[in-house]
Design a protein around this ligand. Structure first.
Ligand SMILES: [Fe+2]
Length: 477
């Protein structure tokens, strides 16, 4: 026994020594659970994001005289029974007519669009056509043709199912895309994601043309040609970001949003909005509200009044999923654009809690972050209660400004990670929000470095109106 004691003691020592990392991991994991937050250990190789050169194949001008280019489509009505088709002709005005039909061999319908153009400093745009196809059948594949007078090009899209509470539908989430090699990787990953997004919810900052001298609007054109491989076939729902402002009084350009407004039309009037920068649509089982971070939203402003009237109108028994898109995030634990969304949060956050918004997607910060369900609405100037607190009636806030533009990644984070931040990572990527029925939606984020099917972050969403079970329980179970 005597001789075995040292050995036994040594063995105990080894036992604890070898299990120390495990114990430490357990302690850290417990601490992590208390914070509820995770900063990903994935470290992306630091490389400068570089814009693709003008002669890149993705910017190729389609062949043929006056061939339509930069084709993109978006929902053209409140409930998805219309689609707006947009394209640019460069050589001459050409026809604004769209031929369309449900058979590839018989485009039996036609609609007449409108054309616009604009000048920006020393740039003159091509002819920008917008044509809305109305009274479309639901859940049907339509073929359409543009450029019918000179060099016709044919595309297709699938209309959404009729609005209803249990209609499954899959949205893609992309933000701050730009036109770098990383942007191309993001778009390719989105296209090849086996989850198969049916409509992109785009959270602002499209081309980054304003980073070029005199906001070189040729880069608006190249961006339109780059994304055409997706935007011509499925609708992208547009949100305006700061890179859409193109406000440059030093070169005489004093009308904000001039290029964006001419190029990207949205169905704002259908939701009673007076401006294309804030509006709503209903698609499948989702009611989607788009807000404008760069238009006035103080009390009595048009946007404030519109949102105040809009939220009570959302019919959760028809569209249980209430999704908000905006550009500048309200909750952001990176050092970039820190608190830029704060004044809008102060104005609208209590409404989001009252009306139980499921999720808010934002961009602007070039990284990824997902929050817990939290709110910060108790503060009344004098009570000192100015910390976000768990709130199961509050939305999850997701920053998805990681499309890959030339400005590069936001890598500096505030430390320690705030408890409201559930997951954050400085990588480029995209996300999908896959609605299953009125109660469940599966959300996943995909980083560009992984295979197309890999989910770097994911979460089951339980609908706040139909199935508001406590999601925080999983962090402590
Ligand atoms: Fe931005």
């Amino acid at each position: 026994m005597g001789s075995s004691s040292p050995s036994s003691s040594s063995s105990n020592y080894c036992y604890y020594f070898y299990r120390l990392p495990l114990l430490l991991a357990l302690v850290l994991s417990f601490a992590g659970n208390c914070n509820g937050g995770k900063t990903s250990s994935f470290v992306r190789k630091v490389e400068k994001a570089i814009d693709m050169p003008l002669d890149s194949d993705v910017f190729r001008v389609p062949p043929g005289y006056n061939a339509p280019q930069q084709v993109h489509i978006t929902q053209g009505s409140l409930n998805g029974g219309a689609m707006t088709i947009s394209w640019v002709t460069q050589d001459e005005r050409g026809s604004s007519k769209v031929l369309y039909g449900t058979s590839e061999h018989n485009l039996e319908f036609s609609a007449e669009g409108r054309v616009t153009n604009y000048t920006y400093y020393n740039y003159t745009s091509g002819f920008i056509h917008h044509c809305t196809l109305r009274r479309l059948k639901h859940n049907v594949k339509y073929y359409y043709e543009v450029g019918i007078d000179h060099s016709p090009r044919r595309f297709w899209f699938i209309t959404p199912p009729q609005v209803g509470p249990d209609v499954p539908y899959t949205f893609g989430l992309i933000g701050d895309l730009g036109q770098s090699y990383d942007s191309n990787s993001t778009l390719t990953h989105y296209e090849n994601n086996p989850i198969k997004g049916q409509t992109v919810l785009f959270v602002g900052d499209l081309s980054y043309a304003d980073n070029y001298p005199n906001h070189d609007n040729e880069r608006w054109d190249t961006w339109g040609r780059f994304v055409e491989r997706s935007t011509a076939y499925q609708p992208w729902i547009w949100t305006a970001g700061n890179h859409e402002l193109d406000f440059a009084p030093e070169i005489g350009e004093t009308k904000p949003f001039k290029p964006y407004r001419h190029r990207y039309h949205v169905p704002y009037k259908a939701s009673g909005s007076t401006s294309p920068f804030w509006y709503s649509i209903r698609r499948a089982s989702a009611h989607i509200i788009v807000l404008a971070s760069y238009s006035a939203y103080g009390k009595y402003t048009p946007q404030y009044k519109w949102l105040e009237a809009e939220l009570p109108k959302v019919n959760r028994t028809e569209t249980p999923w209430l999704i908000v898109l905006l550009h500048s995030p309200w909750y952001n634990s990176y050092n970039y654009h820190y608190m830029e969304g704060e004044s809008m949060r102060v104005m609208f956050e209590s409404w989001f809690v009252k009306y139980k918004v499921d999720v808010v997607f934002a961009g602007h910060v070039h990284a990824y972050e997902r929050s817990e369900r939290i709110s910060n609405i108790a503060y009344n100037i004098v009570n000192g209660e100015c910390m976000p607190t768990p709130d199961q009636s509050a939305p999850v806030y997701i920053t998805i400004g990681d499309g890959g533009n030339l400005e590069g990644l936001a890598t500096n984070m505030t430390e320690p990670q705030p408890s409201y931040s559930a997951y954050r990572e400085a990588s480029f990527g995209h996300a999908t929000f896959d609605i299953k029925n009125r109660t469940h939606a599966y959300y996943s984020w995909h980083r560009n470095q992984d295979g197309y099917a890999v989910e770097a972050d994911s979460m089951w969403f339980y609908n706040r109106f139909c199935h508001a079970i406590d999601e925080s329980a999983k962090y402590y179970s």
